[in-house]
Design a protein around this ligand. Structure first.
Ligand code: DHB
Ligand code: FE
Length: 284
């Protein structure tokens, strides 16, 4: 059977992608940030999974205000990079895993989560920046990726509780797939940031670090935090953090297994307008 081996959590700031693509990673502004991912790139080489289930949000690239799925699973064979703002990044196309994606769609929908099935879409910095941070600049990404897009842009957005419960359903889905695949689940976006309005530029290091503490040790309690707390404490775009609860909900301890091992923790301010947080948790 397939297994979830680990979860990875990371911010997705578009300027990080531009810094990589324009060769600026050793500049004084960016160097401390990329140093925090050196461990992660080696870990990724040593622990390359068969598939990454990548939870991210689209930023009006694949889904405009014309149509806003709350949870969308990519079932395509491949996805082209695209982006608003900076334009498409010069990164490899993303190869999908239609067979596992179709199985997860079947299982999760049967567990009463109404997913949107997406057979064709482009993927933006929400998906490609985490891949670049974890994998560097390869000719091809190291394994297939199942994109899972969550609406955290246009209210109403799903609650932390809903996301955490969805993670549990994704775990059951993966572990009922009849092939011995090693699957990582990634939760991306965040941490505190606000890109608009009177509080643009808001960063809250204390709140972010408390979020990381609780994501590791008390994810069920963290899932009860209401939207208003994210917006008040972590800024309007800090709500992207609910996606981390999907990945955390898919870990073994949530289903009664052993607690995960914290392999890496990193936090850095600033990156563009955003606090950057990063964790790697391994199932035991
Ligand atoms: C920034 C952060 C984001 O999460 C995003 O999607 C776009 C821009 C920023 O900090 O610039
Ligand atoms: Fe974003």
């Amino acid at each position: 059977m397939a297994k979830i081996t680990a979860s990875v959590y990371t911010s997705h700031v578009p300027a990080i992608g531009a810094a990589i693509d324009l060769g600026k990673t050793t500049e004084p502004y960016w160097q401390p940030l990329f140093k925090g991912y050196e461990y992660s790139k080696q870990w990724m080489k040593d622990n390359t999974p068969d598939v990454i289930f990548l939870v991210y949000n689209d930023h009006a690239t694949a889904f405009s205000l014309d149509m806003i799925p709350t949870f969308a699973i990519g079932t395509a064979a491949e996805y082209q990079p695209a982006d608003e703002g900076w334009g498409p990044r010069p990164v490899p196309k993303v190869i999908g895993h239609p067979e596992l994606a179709a199985h997860i769609a079947q299982s999760v929908i049967q567990q009463d989560f109404d997913l949107t099935i997406v057979n064709k879409m482009d993927v933006d910095h929400g998906l490609t920046v985490p891949l670049s941070l974890m994998c560097g600049e390869p000719e091809a990404w190291p394994c297939p990726v199942i994109p899972f897009a969550v609406n955290v842009v246009q209210y109403p957005v799903p609650s932390g509780r809903r996301c955490f419960e969805l993670g549990k359903a994704i775990r059951k889905a993966v572990e009922s797939f009849d092939k011995p695949l090693k699957v990582q689940i990634w939760g991306t976006g965040g941490m505190s940031h606000q890109l608009q309005g009177a509080r643009a530029g808001l960063i809250n290091k204390e709140w972010d670090n408390a979020f990381l503490d609780r994501l590791i040790a008390d994810p069920d309690g963290l899932a009860s935090v209401p939207h208003i707390d994210y917006v008040r404490e972590a800024g309007s775009e800090g709500i992207e953090l609910v996606m981390w609860l999907i990945a955390r909900g898919a870990m073994a301890d949530v289903a009664g297994g052993a607690a995960p091992t914290l392999k890496h923790r990193f936090f850095h301010v600033p990156a563009s307008n955003t606090a950057v947080g990063h964790l790697i948790l391994e199932n035991n």
